[in-house]
Design a protein around this ligand. Structure first.
Ligand code: ADP
Ligand code: MG
Length: 231
């Protein structure tokens, strides 16, 4: 047991999250523990309001837990100062949301370069990585298009390229196929899984889709604030 968790790249221990309310605090997560190795993927399911997005935000270091530990790539990111944490997040974590969150005024290529911009202008090497990845997701002919000129599935492909462009350790996806028709959802799911395997990343996907959940190696359900294995 100890050696397994020592080797794990993502380790979540006893994570509790409470939101303040005028009465008692609202406890959303009450002791979530799991760990993952590189190359593994996990589906998290659970009813609406069960805390799935909250858990992803904590894994993504966007939000601190009330208590508990998050370790990723040998660090405890939530102990880092904000500027260092932001750099850690850009280096190690990619996000894909249900709504693509692309910048409407920017081209496909510019959107995929966004993760580089906080560290200064994108280099020629960054541009090559972004355009290679956009080609890999099937958008070679669309680099100069704007999001409004793309289909829902194509927008999600841009969002996936943006999430992966810096080679993250951890890829987080919150209902990534929630707005797509079934056949587009299937192709986006296949793409996510192929790229995750190619890059040996960890993938955690929150989903309502049984089909998506069943294509992943591990499945867990949030039940009364705890994560229980359903596989
Ligand atoms: P899910 O993604 O499973 O639908 P969420 O993680 O979004 O669930 O929300 C879990 C619970 O936490 C819900 O009851 C929600 O209202 C509450 N919640 C989420 N974010 C906040 C917040 N910032 N402040 C207060 N309550 C919140
Ligand atoms: Mg949610």
């Amino acid at each position: 047991m100890a050696s397994t968790s020592d080797a794990a790249e993502l380790v979540i221990e006893n994570v509790v999250k409470e939101y303040p309310t005028p009465a008692e605090p609202l406890r959303v997560l009450s002791g979530v523990t799991f760990s993952m190795h590189r190359g593994e993927n996990l589906a998290i399911v659970g009813p609406s309001g069960s805390g799935k997005s909250t858990l992803l935000s904590i894994l993504g270091t966007l939000e601190p837990p009330t208590s508990g530990t998050v370790r990723l790539a040998g660090e405890e990111p939530l102990k880092l100062h904000e500027a260092v944490l932001a750099a850690f997040r850009r280096r190690h974590i990619g996000f894909v949301f249900q709504d693509h969150h692309l910048l409407p005024q920017c081209t496909v290529l510019e959107n995929a370069l966004v993760p580089f911009l906080a560290d200064g202008a994108a280099t020629a090497d960054d541009q090559k990585r972004a355009s290679d990845l956009l080609t890999r997701v099937g958008l070679a002919g669309r680099l100069a298009h704007r999001p409004a000129e793309l289909s829902g599935g194509e927008r999600q492909r841009v969002a996936i390229a943006r999430a992966l462009v810096r080679g993250p350790t951890l890829l987080l996806a919150d209902e990534p196929t929630g707005n797509l028709d079934r056949s587009t959802a299937r192709s986006i799911t296949e793409l996510l899984l192929e790229l995750q395997a190619e890059r040996n990343a960890i993938l955690v996907v929150v989903t309502h889709s049984q089909a998506l959940a069943e294509s992943l190696q591990r499945r867990m359900e949030l039940d009364a604030g705890r994560l229980v294995s359903t596989a």
